[in-house]
Design a protein around this ligand. Sequence first.
Ligand code: NAP
Length: 461
Amino acid sequence: MSKNSSNIMALAPNTSNKRETVCIFGTGDFGRALGHKMIQAGYPVVFGSRSTQTSSLIPKDAEVLSHAEAAQKAAIIIIAIQRQHYNFLTSLAEILHGKVLVDVSNNLKINQYPESNAEYLAQLVPGAKVVKAFNTVSAWALQSGTLDASRQVFVCGDDMEAKQMVMDIVRALGLTPLDQGSLLAAQEIENYPLRLFPMWKFPILLSLGLAAFFFFYCLTRDVIYPYVYENKNFLFFIAISIPNRICPILALILLALVYLPGVLAAIIQLYRGTKSRRFPDWLDKWMLCRKQLGLVALAFASLHVLYTLVIPIRLFVRWRISSRIISQALNNKTEPLNNTNAWLSDSYLALGILGFFLFVLLGITSLPSVSNNVNWREFRFVQSKLGYLTLILCTAHTLVYGGNRFLSPSSYRWYLPNAYMLSLIVPCIVLVVKFVLIFPCLDKPLTRIRQGWERNPQHSE
Ligand code: NAP
């Protein structure tokens, strides 16, 4: 009983109102913002500064002392100073001995220095316990209270007790500490705020490349060809018609590219007979950005929906319909309803609507706030089963759109097939290979491999 109650005591938050004094070196933007937030949370704050004169910018409940005097007043010292000014800390080594030094610094470039700023600080003041924290939170966010985007505070350090003390402060400020391990992790934590959408680079570059290719492809087929052969000027197609061709093509190809790495990984695992060997680097990177690829695909699909909605109000479309009616009236001949075409048209639209609906559902479930509320099996069900169903529906939507135009010679201008035909290549490959992989003769060994079975255990790395 006493053992349990002591565990409960250890887990319970410190409910005492009395907070330990915290010292902050540096009265710059970040030091002041953090100091202000700490005072609000009930911490007595003392600043260590080169100048002991207080200014109106410094929180009025805080003391400003010399570095040495301020350091003596607290067990935790937050170093809110740029790394290049750390040298003066060596002269305070004796006072800082045994204290917890919190390194909050960031750099201007990724891997700017051979060692992280926190490790550098630990070298300068070897007797102190250095903890890295707060560098991913901005002074502006602390001041304005708009912390929605960056509530997470990565914390690392070699001394568990020191790290725990810093994490308690982080929690008291209403932030979420994330323990990243020892001080070795500091380099990565310092690089984190300097990254520019690392997972989005490949999907965005790929979609820009594909968009450029399909733009010139459609321009050649739909604008230059009629101009050369029929002297028709369809340059205005670049405003709506061509984007409305490119968007669904990109959406379909990118969606297929979300599922292609999974299929390739399955083939590699079957070939190797083990799951314990690493995939090639390019495949690893590709797998890691599947969510971003899917979201870019969804963005193109949404644009396609918008472009499609304006079709009836386009002047060109209204002109084409009215001239067809006038020509029927002049020839005193009405075109009977072609039932097959009506079926094809309605099925094509229905498949598109259902495909887009599932696409949106996939996008919503990939949002962290939603995916955090489903278990692993539910997440896999949505992303894999519903994902493949979306791919099937969208591919069918494109196939039915093609209808019997695939074989018509007029679909080939300068031997170039219609652009949507090209968009079917990757999705069809993915679906056919996936279909083959679900045959029991392949699915069973693959499942066993994924459960840890190895064909040649001695060859695995
Ligand atoms: P800052 O406004 O330039 O303030 C830096 C402070 O360092 C100065 O106010 C000064 O304080 C002190 N200082 C400057 N030169 C010094 C020297 N030679 N010797 C001793 N102290 C010196 O910078 P900041 O924006 O507050 O950033 C401080 C640290 O927090 C940096 O390492 C930065 O990477 C990190 N950080 C900043 C933010 C942010 O949003 N600003 C976010 C995360 C992390 P005294 O005049 O009081 O001595």
